[in-house]
Design a protein around this ligand. Sequence first.
Ligand code: ZN
Ligand code: ZN
Length: 420
Amino acid sequence: MDFARKLELYAELAVKVALNVQPGQRLLIIGPLANGGASLEAAPLARQIARAAYRAGSPLVETIWGDEELVLARYKHAPRDSFGEFSRWFPRALEQHVEAGHAIVSLSANDPDLLKEESPELVSAVQQASSRDMRPFREHISRNQTNWAVVAGATPGWAKKIFPDVTPQEATSKLWDAIWRMSRVDHPDPVAAWEGHLASLAARADYLNGKQYDALKYSGPGTDLTLGLPRGHLWVSGRTTSRNGIPFTANLPTEEVFSIAHKDRVDGVVRSSKPLSYGGTLIDGFTLWFEKGRVTKVAADRNVDMLQRLVDTDEGARRLGEVALVPHSSPIAQSGLLFYNTLFDENAASHVALGNAYKFTLSGGNEMNEDAFARAGGNRSAVHVDFMIGSGELDVDGVMADGTAEPLMRKGEWATSSLG
Ligand code: ZN
Ligand code: ZN
């Protein structure tokens, strides 16, 4: 199969399986916001997505295109006191689009090192200028107001970070190859392969929801952790239904089933199984100690101050908001690569997230005010940072309210046939 055909199939997956664009639904294609923007090198992917969306009956496909060179031009040449400038029409346009029930896709194709040389003050000034005005839009997205998705495309800037030892062209083609494999584009019928995979993820979530464990217990090298689950927690997998009634899959690939951690009931010690790319640095070989939900101590082989800064962001940043189970045999884990991109890396291994919890992972959560959500065990924070704890050596038990435990994962794989 040649490259053009693979790209066409991939775009079709984005439109049919990820977004599930409905006839009559407009589609807006955006790049990552504020400090990024898909590189123009991702344009062929955007064009294929547009073609597939029109074929699916979309009456109008629009793009708001960022560009990495344009972002750098600002950092290089704009007046130093101008980095708080932000156009209010921009978030309004996004809000109006999703409030009208149209579909939205974000292309993720950015160089994780783009702003490495720029002053952290300017970078955070740009982030701050946008974050308040962007909040209503982000809230719409986190409540699944309409069908939305994030789709990745390989670009030289990103690829050279993953494959530093080959030419940018070779790196880009290696990254595309990895994307095809992880997205099952190389299957004879990719759409059917995804339908099967999404159904088995949903069956796992159903099984775990039926169990309503009181806690999960993790053991592995450097890890001995009990993680409480709030009453009414919901396990969620790849496919969800938007508030306007459209089943969609926000992330392709997706390998996780995930839920909410109880913000006050995490105790013990957990060791990361993969490095964490945060704030432009790589935090490596780190351990977190928890007491009654709070991180009381951190250690890391590399960049411990960045980890400390992360947990010090706000009170919620030192508590867990998400818990996710991913078998070690997932195609992303098997690739053995670090992608410096959450879309892929969080699907490589079982993980937990420091910071904000998703309200939809708690029964009735979307309707709860902040107080009620917190009382139920839901964590709130300005950050949500996933880090990997799963490996071929991790065991996980489900613990019932009466203290009896049953095996969920052994050596990184599902322990019962109802889960595998
Ligand atoms: Zn996750
Ligand atoms: Zn997460």
